[in-house]
Design a protein around this ligand. Structure first.
Ligand code: TXA
Ligand code: MG
Length: 344
């Protein structure tokens, strides 16, 4: 089933979320929009429903799912207790792009938490997400609604590309706003530790609860603490290479690639459009981190292997939301970054 839920609160919206909510309660898989990316929802208490999520995505069983709730007090449907720090984060950032890890209360399917003693909980800031979760009456386990390893879906058509025939329905709320997944923060340690950078920045978090840690693996030094962070992710159909250098360096690399006989795609900003020398350009309206975050996964998905052999993109600044964007880009590129040899 495909439901359009563009007009929040109108009759079509209400009947769609009621129907989808009943299907969730019934153990079916329903994709829904959030402010970050589309999620693939299932009743978090049902082993069978959660197992079906792992099957549909082709997701490794040791990678736990985030539990989505519709109201702050429902955190206790998943968590054993809410700490003072977690409470402050919920007050400041919920509904929103922050997933909070707490000890779980033992009522969820153990497949949701991949056997860990903890659970990630999020209250999304999207009317259709909240309405369908509320209508289902369950805590809703929802990973991003893509096949494992692919870029996360930021439009309903991306969900269809990856999961058509594998799920019961999708609520189509149009393109998502943030475009990158939530920040994941572990509140079972002191100080709390950011496991995945995302829609809420470290600075914003520190303004509320003071200094937090950042998993050293995010700088590439060690094994990540979050199970999901070790897997290949966000991969486009053709290999992506990041370029750290000038526009001239980018044109050189594109031209060298074309001389090797490759068909080249490039993701670039308006100011460089039309002069890259690539066969295909995806033009970002702006190069600021918010715009790149919003467009990135769609951009990566537009390059089909039937059309290009190689994708290039220039790196962006690694501050704030840019840190999260670069985390995804480096993974999408499988670590391939070419740096311009600047003369000093
Ligand atoms: O924005 C988002 O977070 C989206 C939307 C749908 O809410 N969801 C999402 O889910 O990105 P997923 O499954 O693609 O990513 C969940 C991440 C993984 O890296 C996973 O390992 C981590 O959260 N995670 C979940 N539970 C955890 C736990 N108990 N301890 C450590 N990491 C956990
Ligand atoms: Mg994902």
């Amino acid at each position: 089933v495909h439901w359009s839920v563009d007009n929040v609160g109108d009759k079509a919206f209400q009947s769609a979320v009621d129907e989808a909510g009943a299907m969730l309660r019934d153990g079916k898989l329903i994709a829904f929009p959030t402010e970050t990316v589309y999620g693939l929802g299932a009743d978090a208490r049902s082993d069978a429903a959660v197992e079906a999520v792992f099957q549909a995505k082709g997701r490794p069983a040791d990678n736990p799912l985030i539990v989505h709730i519709a109201d702050e007090q429902d955190a206790l449907l998943a968590a054993a207790a809410v700490t003072e720090t977690a409470e402050k984060l919920m007050q400041a950032f919920w509904p929103g792009a922050l997933t909070i890890i707490l000890p779980h209360n033992g009522t969820l399917s153990t497949k949701v938490t991949a056997g860990l003693p903890t659970v990630g909980i999020r209250l999304p800031d999207h009317p259709a997400a909240r309405a369908v979760i509320r209508a289902s009456g369950c805590p809703v386990a929802a990973p991003s609604a893509n096949r494992s390893g692919r870029p996360s879906p930021t439009r309903a058509v991306h969900v269809a590309e990856d999961l058509d025939g594998r799920i019961a329905g999708v609520l189509d709320g149009g393109p998502t706003g943030v475009g990158l997944e939530s920040t994941v923060i572990d509140c079972t340690v002191e100080p709390p530790l950011i496991l995945r950078p995302g829609g809420v920045t470290q600075k914003e978090i520190e303004n509320v609860i003071g200094a937090v840690g950042v998993d050293p693996a995010l700088a590439g030094d060690s094994q990540p603490k979050s199970p999901g962070m070790k897997y290949r992710h966000y991969a486009p159909e053709a290999p992506l290479t990041l370029l750290d250098g000038s526009a001239a360096f980018m044109r050189e690399q594109i031209s060298a690639s074309r001389e090797r006989g490759e068909r080249v795609g490039v993701i670039l900003t308006k100011d460089l459009a039309g002069e890259s020398g690539a066969e295909r350009e995806y033009v970002l309206p702006d190069g600021d981190p918010e715009t790149v975050a919003r467009e990135l996964y769609h951009a990566l998905r537009t390059f089909k292997q039937t059309e290009v052999d190689q994708i290039f993109m220039q790196v962006i600044t690694g501050e704030d939301l840019g840190f999260a964007v670069m985390n995804r880009l480096v993974k999408a590129a499988g670590g391939r970054v070419l740096t311009e040899n600047r003369m000093l």
